[in-house]
Ligand binder design. Sequence first.
Ligand SMILES: [Zn+2]
Length: 174
Amino acid sequence: MKWRGILIAGLVCAAVAGFAIWLQHAQLVGHWLQVHTGTVNEPGPYYGFWSGFGSDLAEFSILGAVGTAVYQLVKKYNCHEPGCWRIGNHPAAGGQFLLCYRHHPDYRGKRPTHEVIERLHRQHLENEAAMHGKLEEIHERLAADRAGVPDKRAEVPDQEVEPNRAGPNRAASR
Ligand SMILES: [Zn+2]
């Protein structure tokens, strides 16, 4: 961030200095520019340049566009950890971040080994099973409520436990 500011300031200073010099030697620079861009004295010393290498200058804009595209791709796929240049292909926080193996919290700075992959896979399956079980439970409770059958599990809903748990925490933080 700081370097970008310095770079921009430097470029602005250089542009201002260049412009000042140009104004002082307007006629000279104008003639110099005419000769060097090949607008006067067409078959002069720069004919070969402008019909040769000079005519390829436009292609640099294409290279620039390609460069920009590559830069955008890099920005999109590189690790979201500030200052990291690795490719981030491991989503974290539900896909909000793409991180490299070194910065992904699950891998603890190491390449995921076979054991880590197996452990995380098993955790994922367990989480899914737990979620599915919870959903099933809620579904059953709702079905029982709709049928008008008093359900014993409905007497101890999770919602009542939450405020009690939050109470002491809130007191402790104050
Ligand atoms: Zn990284």
